[in-house]
Design a protein around this ligand. Structure first.
Ligand code: AMP
Length: 355
């Protein structure tokens, strides 16, 4: 167990790190963040922040010397950065990052455990792309295998004719068939060092432009019916990785059952509602897990919950948002630069407490 006063290192400087740091501070830990130059909004919640490139070995040695455990808030931290740290310091296994950083490996890993992804093919050239279109058909989506997030690095292919207008982008990709689904949902779990797993309720996730816009509970009958199978797969994935902390798997709820989309070896945007809406938030349970503390309950505390992202919009004031009905809880991430499509904060609204 990590004694109070110990130091947790967090790789990445975004809002997830900021909320992880707040949870760690509450439990009496110090936090040192680490990320390259940028709008590192986690820094304000950290005891110290190291601004350095991912390959700055002196800065990584300093992080290692000052921390008792190291976690990450971002799955695209270069593997070499994490591999350069003493492996005993890592809260979660490097293998989890390795698998999740490549869409092809991720789908294969989960399919080997019995999961059902959309039909997919690795695309490393224009010829591969043509072959994938013939084998899988259209409509589909070409996605860069690495570094894509929030719908970036993705090209929709409506028809074989349209495929001619989509150029292979030069970097390895995955082409996948377009899934007809009713709702998207995610399974968020926390796994302790002893292997015990707890799940939060699954919200219905509504996306706009490839990015999460809202998460809603209750998620509806179709999602609820598919959650048990999705949880089993998520638990098998966490066990196979020897995972510790919060792990997220995203699914499409289709008429033929849950179709696996992708996983995130970290806390997740679709779990922000757990701060006010669950007995213990995803952020606190992640810290508890990596610190070897007893995990907290994950039960939902309200009958109806909605989390809405505030994206690229600085025009709404805190006063306006907090005047809305439905017990709004506002989280602003303190980002200095407003850009279209940038997550600036979120609002969680809860109603009808469950006794
Ligand atoms: P991803 O980055 O893979 O999570 O994709 C972002 C969003 O694009 C997803 O949450 C879906 O809304 C949509 N999407 C991605 N892949 C597919 C697919 N194969 N079929 C239908 N919609 C998809």
């Amino acid at each position: 167990m990590l004694p109070a006063g110990s130091t947790i290192g967090i790789l990445g400087g975004g809002q997830l790190g900021r909320m992880m740091a707040v949870a760690a501070l509450q439990l009496g830990y110090r936090v040192i963040g680490f990320a390259p130059e940028g709008d590192n909004v986690a820094a304000e919640a950290c005891s110290a922040f190291i601004t350095a490139d991912w390959d700055d070995s002196a800065a990584l040695s300093e992080l290692a010397a000052r921390c008792d455990v190291v976690s990450w808030e971002f799955e695209n931290v270069p593997l070499a950065t994490v591999a350069a740290l003493p492996q005993a310091l890592l809260a979660c296994p490097l293998r989890a990052l390795e698998v999740a950083q490549d869409r092809f490996h991720e789908k294969q890993f989960v399919a080997d455990l019995g999961g059902v992804p959309a039909p997919y093919a690795r695309v490393e050239s224009g010829e591969d792309f043509d072959a994938a279109i013939i084998r899988i058909g259209t409509p589909g989506i070409l996605k860069t295998a690495r570094d894509g997030y929030d719908g970036k690095g993705q090209w929709r292919v409506g028809s074989a004719l349209e495929a001619g207008g989509v150029r292979f982008p030069g970097a390895p990709c995955v082409y996948e068939g377009f899934v007809t689904y009713e709702t998207e949902f995610s399974v968020i779990l926390v796994r302790g060092k002893d292997g015990a797993i707890r799940f939060w309720d699954s919200t219905a996730n509504l996306h706009e432009g490839g990015m999460l816009a809202r998460s809603i509970l209750p998620a509806g009958a179709l999602v609820e019916a598919q959650v048990p199978a999705a949880r089993e797969l998520a638990a098998r994935t966490a066990d196979a990785l020897g995972y510790v902390g919060v792990l997220t798997l995203e699914f499409f709820a289709t008429r033929n059952g849950p179709v696996f989309n992708e996983m995130a070896p970290r806390v997740h945007n679709s779990g922000h509602w757990t701060i006010e809406g669950a007995a213990t938030s995803q952020f606190e349970n992640h810290i508890r897990a990596i610190a070897g503390l007893p995990l907290g309950g994950t039960k939902t505390r309200f009958a109806a919950i909605e989390m809405r992202n505030i994206v690229g919009d600085a025009s709404l004031t805190a006063h306006q948002i907090l005047s809305e009905p439905g017990e709004p809880h506002l989280h602003l991430y303190g980002k200095r630069e407003v850009r279209e499509g940038r997550k600036m904060g979120h609002v969680t609204r809860v109603s009808h407490a469950i006794r």
